[in-house]
Ligand binder design. Structure first.
Ligand code: ATP
Ligand code: MG
Ligand code: MG
Length: 383
């Protein structure tokens, strides 16, 4: 079997490894942490940081094609691997998604074709930039331009005064201030594109966040109109083609209370909101990533069952509001007929840490939702 190279060792890498192995490939994972989810599953684990020259050389020597599961992998590492092999997605594509300023500029540049703009925003590099911020951006959300995920590095600000304080606390980090928008609901669109330019788009996923972290994904989306679905799916196809992206890309959109659509951000990889595709679609997002990087034909995206995906955070290993640990009652969850449990094999449970997910696959969406609620009751997750 030929060997695929993966930079990053988290749960996305682990699920990629499983799908790659199912398709007859072996996988080498470059990851500094010994006990990480993908390192366990990999055929070969190179234990080194993502920018370690010797580690990258070893990866380059053993594989002909490479991908990443980690949004903040140094673009220079991907560029290095591209000297000897095929990297999907490319360093140029990944670096757009790593920087909210570049990402928003990309969405804005493509808006004439997509008809969808990002949220009104201002770029904040220096204290002087604050004084030129339009009053219309308040209340707003201050986001670091780089490295943010799961709502980390975000501060909600109601006034210029609050913005000054929040920005000063970040000590010189480049930020974006976004206008706080009246969201009706949130959706994401998963697209994949092959090296030959062929592209496929998955059904619209509807996402509920809690404390900035994805809580559930429901597909089909209970709220999205046929119009908004078509518009965002077409936008995703335009965006992925514009930058000649190869691999799986996930784009998050906001649907506002007036029905209009705003593009939030994109992830240059399989995405948490696409985990449902493992159990509910003919081709999962991870299998699709394998196909794209190995220059195989992309697979059918058809969804064969309605589903709800519930994220499992480390919190379920703890008694409510205490540090007393407990073992979640998986045997009760697994007694629910629609439940597919996925645990990522992380050594230590911590609050707000993604430990696994459960996909509920049922003949009707109502049944999937009902069993998701039963699982929440079993695991002590408040609804
Ligand atoms: P992810 O883990 O998805 O990468 P992130 O840290 O990059 O998260 P965002 O996706 O920008 O953060 O924001 C997290 C959540 O905060 C959004 O899903 C949405 O619920 C809320 N949010 C972000 N920006 C806005 C906005 N401009 N108006 C209203 N709500 C917002
Ligand atoms: Mg993000
Ligand atoms: Mg997001």
């Amino acid at each position: 079997a030929s060997m695929l190279g993966m930079v990053g060792g988290g749960q996305l890498g682990r699920m990629f490894v499983h799908e790659a192995q199912a398709l007859g490939f072996k996988v080498t994972v470059l990851e500094p942490e010994a006990g990480s989810p993908a390192a366990h599953a990999a055929d070969v684990h190179i234990q080194a940081t993502y920018d370690d020259a010797a580690g990258l050389q070893q990866l380059a020597d053993s594989c002909a094609s490479f991908t990443t599961e980690f949004e903040n992998v140094p673009a220079a590492s991907l560029a290095k691997l591209a000297e000897t092999g095929f990297v999907a997605p490319s360093a140029a594509c990944v670096s757009i998604a790593q920087d909210r300023i570049e990402e928003k500029a990309f969405f804005t540049r493509c808006a004439p074709q997509t008809g969808i703009l990002p949220a009104p925003h201002a770029i904040l590099r220096t204290a002087t930039d604050l004084e030129n911020v339009s009053a219309d951006l308040f209340p707003g959300i201050l986001k670091t331009a780089r490295m943010g995920y799961d709502g980390k590095g975000q501060v909600r600000v109601k006034s210029l005064d609050e913005l000054r304080t929040a920005f000063a606390n970040l000590k010189g980090v480049v930020c974006v201030l976004e206008k706080m928008l009246p969201l009706a609901y949130e959706i994401s669109v998963l697209v994949a594109r092959g090296a030959d330019g062929q592209a496929v788009v998955y059904p619209i996923a509807e996402n509920v966040h809690r404390d900035g972290i994805l809580f559930t994904t429901t597909v089909p989306s209970p709220h999205v109109s046929a119009d908004a679905a078509l518009k965002t799916q077409n936008a995703a196809l335009k965006l992925i083609a514009d930058i000649n992206y190869v691999g799986v890309l996930c784009i998050e959109f906001f649907v506002l209370q007036d029905g209009s659509v705003v593009v939030n951000e994109m992830a240059p990889r399989p995405h948490n909101s696409g985990h449902y595709t493992i159990d509910a679609c003919v081709t999962s997002q991870f299998a699709q990533q394998v196909r794209a990087m190995a220059r195989l034909p992309l697979g059918d995206v058809r969804q064969h069952s309605p589903c709800v995906m519930l994220n499992i955070l480390g919190d379920v290993w703890f008694e409510n509001d205490s540090n007393i640990e407990r073992q979640p009652e998986w045997h009760k969850v697994l007694a629910l007929p629609s439940a597919h449990l996925h645990l990522y094999g992380k050594a230590e449970a911590r609050r707000a840490r993604k430990m696994g997910h459960i996909t509920f696959i049922a003949p009707t969406l109502e049944q999937a939702q009902d069993e998701m609620q039963q699982a929440c009751a079993i695991l002590g997750i408040a609804l």
